[in-house]
Design a protein around this ligand. Structure first.
Ligand code: KIV
Length: 297
């Protein structure tokens, strides 16, 4: 990275990352490392890993709340989880997803709900899905002083319109639309853009054409940064694993093994051990013998 005033990466000395910092990383030496998180514990681990940006994604509907898609998560739930994550994320830029139907109805609704994610959830920026149809809303949110991250390609809130979680921008015509949408979002004021599930060629073209960083997920190794879902990276979500995920651990399996050892220890009287036990002081012990059973009436 050419800008040496940006000590990103893991370690206590790194600076707090802002939306303008992320924007300034476009074209730098270092790609932008992003993760999702959904509460205090996942926020702490994502932040301490050195991630530049932590997203409280509406993927929380699926990986935390167990819904089949992202459509059911509400504003109240997003605020609740963002606020919890904000207590753990100290250095990375904390971005909150705007849930389905929280910005579609009107400009006023979009600004008010973006404001709630910042004011009540303590997010530093918001993300919303959609192309030129969302440009006016993005402009209004940015005018309210809230940085906005765009999201194009496979936008999961449109799963029903797409007919499933399917890769997008697979034809030259669709890539033309994608580039035009990306430019419309840039004009509206986004500081970065997520590109999800598309051919690398499409993502590469968008990345070259826009002045803000692109953050890929299933968009090849051509974007300015990458993002993955916490549970996917750590092997904690087993319903399905998209081709574009790399698992860096199998914590789900490790957790099951550890918890079944605990259950077996309880069943066989091996837990708690003496060192896990609170004992009465020697001076108090004689007093125990004087305790008489209460007379029943
Ligand atoms: O909801 C989410 O987690 C997301 C990322 C995968 C980009 O939108």
């Amino acid at each position: 990275m050419s800008n040496t005033s940006q000590p990103y990466g893991a370690g206590k000395a790194r600076k707090t990352v802002t939306a303008p910092d992320i924007q300034a990383m476009k074209g730098g030496d270092s790609r932008i490392a992003c993760l999702t998180a959904y509460d205090y514990a996942t926020g702490v681990t994502a932040d301490e890993s050195g991630a530049d940006l932590v997203l409280v994604g509406d993927s929380l509907a699926m990986v935390v709340l167990g819904h089949e898609d992202t459509l059911s998560v509400t504003m109240e739930e997003m605020i609740h989880h963002t606020r919890a994550a904000s207590r753990g994320v100290k250095k990375a830029l904390l971005v909150a997803d705007m849930p389905f139907m929280s910005y579609h109805v009107s400009l006023e609704q979009a600004v008010a709900n973006a404001g709630r994610l910042v004011q009540e959830g303590r997010a530093k920026a918001v993300k919303l899905e959609g192309g030129r149809n969302m440009a006016e809303r993005i402009r209004a949110i940015v005018d309210a002083g809230i940085p906005v991250m765009g999201h194009l390609g496979l936008t999961p809130q449109s799963v029903n319109a797409f007919g499933g979680f399917k890769a997008q921008a697979k034809t030259a015509e669709a890539v033309q639309t994608l580039v035009e949408d990306a430019l419309a979002l840039v004009d509206a004021g986004i500081f970065s853009l997520v590109l999800e599930a598309m051919p690398a060629e499409a993502a590469e073209l968008v990345t070259a054409r826009i002045p803000v960083p692109t953050i890929g997920i299933g968009a090849g190794n051509v974007t300015d940064g990458q993002i993955l879902v916490w549970h996917d990276v750590l092997g904690m979500f087993d319903r399905f694993t998209p081709k574009f995920v790399r698992r860096y651990a199998e914590l789900g399996k490790e957790a099951t093994t550890a918890l079944s050892r605990y259950c077996e220890d309880v069943r066989h009287g091996r837990f708690p051990a003496e060192k896990n036990t609170i004992r009465m002081s020697d001076e108090e012990l004689p007093g125990l013998k004087k305790i008489k059973p209460k007379k029943r009436k």
